[in-house]
Design a binder for this molecule. Sequence first.
Ligand code: SAH
Length: 212
Amino acid sequence: MTKELLAENEKMVNYLINTGILKTPKIIEAFRKIPRHFFVPGEFIEHAYDDIPLPTYAGQTISQPYTIAFMTEQLEPKSGEKILEIGSGSGYQAALLGFCVAPKGKVITIELEKELVEFAKKNLKKVNIKNVEVIQDDGKLGYSKEAPYDKTIITAAAAKVPEKVIEQLKVGGRLVAPVNSGFAQKMMVIDKISNKEFKERNLGSFIFVPLR
Ligand code: SAH
């Protein structure tokens, strides 16, 4: 079983490389070393490598591999960085980022639902990722205790990026977040040029669960 699943992970990674989404060697290595089947509920394990979102708990989802690969590439995680994630879910996105910023960097990930906080923690242990801290809180407030952050990723959709989250990003830092636009969300990449100046790019339509 495990061997077959690992072979399927390899196929998924190759598919993401061939579509041109995965490019950066360190990110590709992260996808290879952190198999997605450790992050889906048992009953969906056979579908762990389909390019679709899957249910987790509390009516939430683990994002589609394509979306996770796309957002990770846009975030450009580098060794030593401190990254804030809002919406831990399964912990998969956080694990990939943790791998990329190791050994000195770390990831703080915030999740509203207790059940998912436990799920993410358990999954991170399975893949032996130790530089990710999962915190139960409202991510709209960011997490001031560890601020400022080199990078921030939001994995649930809102009408706009919460003010506090922008405040807690370093000057020179980058934020990747889905922002509501009509019936879907536009993927925004926001570079913080100074405390007042931002460079924003819209990278197209995606679908996300709402930030509550
Ligand atoms: N990054 C996740 C996917 C998360 S889906 C993964 O890799 O699996 C979005 C998550 O955001 C859900 O788990 C949802 O419970 C959480 N969420 C929604 N609103 C939130 C809020 N205000 N603060 C923190 N988490 C929130």
